[in-house]
Design a protein around this ligand. Structure first.
Ligand code: ZN
Length: 571
């Protein structure tokens, strides 16, 4: 096996160096990133204490299952990373990322002994040496020398990584382990079917039924409690922030009355959803909910649409037709973009609100209607009254119970639950299994200003679902957020959302100035260094490098072409 292993080891050394560059310590943000995954530094002693507690409370086998599955998830994530970082690489090249990452992550030093891999043909046979396994070491410290191998999490990792890569279940087993007194650990991996009792081993990777039962019971209790609290969180309304709860709380209090509600807020905050939810918890819930966007209906048709029309009232009115008010009878009528109503429609609307009757266009008699009106607008109605484009008496009639829905940027805590809701919706709609959103992408979502509010978030997530790989996650680049508002990847200077010039990491800047002075570097040299670093990080992909630098591709291409000339001038 000598030569292939030597070759493997040699490329692994390069792999280690390359991958280590993906590890970034964003110290001032309090975060560590491995590419787009957020990582943490954890004391092995803390993991040891957790291990002991789990073994004590759940027993050895269940604890083993938990750690195995935990490792399995890490392995799957790293396989995702490998596929992303090395598209088009050989099977060999893809596989070696796993041992490299396991080594970089400080888990164990991996040396391949034998590797035979052919992803397309489904062939896999691998043997690796593990030296200085942290897990075996921790286990031995807690339990002394044991009979069974104990590197559970690491075995789970190898299994998760290789299975995700191969697209079939590759099980690993430890045949030697330092926890058993061997000088190192040794693992062997092959397809599940080729292990004698592979199917039994698979049980380790299934969630523990006892735990599931407990969780199920727990959620049932939660559910029952929620019912008792009688707080109907409407299914289509998602939010956890204080701003969201305040707005929803106001609507809840309005639910039992027939008061006209005026919903205020920027475009896209979800006014119709709130209106619908209000309808859903009101006594009118089993009657119709009718929504009308006043801005979407031409002026000449708005009256017949809202109030109905009698036969022959005007050319084209071939038969009598009920308007939206009549169709919403007994229920709720939601009038969106109410500020767009014509003067004549405004006066008819006022009459409905005052008398509770509508008059169809061309009718001589009024009809009684019982409708709860929910109106919404994103224009300043008070100002429209001042300008004389909106009736003052109608404004007072509507402004009895105003509820303002805060813009999304003021309630970042709602972003995650909303994004998850949309992810589920669009995953189903596009028939795609998307596993989630990377931590980095979530951080970007939280930092973005969302001028288009919830609707924009919905669009961004739908696009992300379409762009993400099947079985993968939505990463920052799938979001296509405008660059200036996305979170920077590391210590690069950044523009704050809203264009404010940031308080730079002063130490970093002064360090850079000192360095420039020492090395007699000019600004152009620094620019060259930055461009080269960006090109390197982008693997020579100029568009990607330009994005990193916050300039366009043509801008970068121009500067890149001229970089040596300028370097010559300044020296
Ligand atoms: Zn071991």
């Amino acid at each position: 096996m000598g030569s292939s292993t030597d070759k493997f080891s040699a490329t692994m050394r390069d792999g280690l160096a390359n991958l280590a560059r993906r590890l970034r310590f964003a110290m001032e943000e309090g975060s560590i990133w491995l590419d787009e995954q957020r990582m943490i530094l954890l004391h092995t002693a803390a993991l040891g204490a957790l291990r002991k507690e789990l073994v004590d409370t759940l027993g050895m086998e269940r604890a083993r299952g938990l750690f195995t599955r935990m490792g399995f998830h890490s392995g799957m994530r790293d396989a995702e990373l490998a596929k992303r970082l090395r598209p088009g690489h050989s099977d060999f090249g893809l596989l070696e990322v796993g041992p490299c990452l396991h080594t970089i992550e400080g888990v164990v030093r991996v040396t391949p002994v034998r590797v035979n891999i052919d992803i397309a043909a489904g062939i896999y046979d691998g043997e690796f040496l593990w030296e200085d396994s942290f897990e075996g070491d921790v286990h031995r410290q807690i339990f002394g020398q044991v009979d069974e191998p104990a590197c559970w999490m690491q075995i789970g990792y190898a299994t998760g990584y290789t299975s995700a890569l191969m697209g079939r279940t590759i099980l690993y087993r430890e045949v030697e382990c330092i926890a058993c007194g061997h000088s190192h650990c040794r693992i062997i991996g092959k397809p599940m079917e080729e292990w004698e009792d592979g199917a039994a081993e698979l049980a380790l990777y299934q969630p523990d039924p006892v735990i599931e039962t407990i969780l199920e019971l727990q959620s049932e209790v939660e559910h029952l409690r929620a019912l008792q609290r009688s707080e109907p969180q409407p299914a289509d309304l998602v939010g956890a922030s204080a701003g969201f709860r305040a707005a929803w709380g106001l609507l809840e209090r309005a639910a039992s009355s027939n008061v006209t509600v005026l919903l205020l807020g920027e475009t896209g905050v979800g006014k119709e959803r709130f209106a619908q939810a209000l309808h859903g918890i009101s006594t009118r819930a089993d009657k119709p909910f009718v929504a009308v966007n006043c801005a979407a209906i031409p002026d000449e048709l708005i009256e017949s649409e809202l109030f109905g029309v009698e036969k022959g009232a005007f050319t084209g009115a071939h038969q009598a037709r009920a308007g939206r008010f009549e169709r919403a009878n007994g229920g709720t009528l939601f009038l969106d973009e109410l500020g767009e109503l014509s003067a004549s429609a405004q006066s008819k609307l006022l009459r409905v609100l005052q008398e509770g009757e509508v008059e169809r266009v061309g009718a001589t008699e009024a009809r009684k209607v019982d409708v709860r009106l929910v109106a919404a607008t994103n224009v300043d109605l008070a100002e429209a009254v001042q300008r004389g484009t909106f009736r003052k008496d109608l404004y007072y009639r509507l402004n009895v119970y105003p509820v303002t829905i805060p813009p999304l940027r003021e309630r970042p805590d709602d972003i995650r639950p909303l994004a998850e809701r949309f992810l589920a919706r669009y995953g189903a709609r596009h028939g795609k299994k998307v596993l989630g959103i990377t931590d980095r992408a979530l951080a970007d979502l939280r930092h973005y200003q969302w001028p288009g509010n919830v609707r924009e978030l919905e669009n961004v997530i739908e696009r992300g679902v379409i762009l993400a790989a099947n079985g993968g996650q939505i990463s920052a680049e799938h979001l296509c957020l405008p660059r200036s508002t996305a979170l920077p990847m590391d210590t690069a200077p950044r523009l704050e959302p809203g264009g404010r010039v940031p308080t730079l990491r002063e130490a970093a800047v002064h360090g850079l100035l000192d360095h420039m002075a020492e090395q007699q570097l000019a600004l152009g040299d620094v620019e060259n260094v930055l461009m080269e670093a960006a090109m390197q990080r982008a693997n020579g992909n100029m568009s990607q490098a330009a994005r990193l630098l916050g300039i366009t591709r043509p801008q970068l291409a121009y500067r890149w072409k001229n970089r040596h000339v300028r370097a010559g001038e300044v020296s």
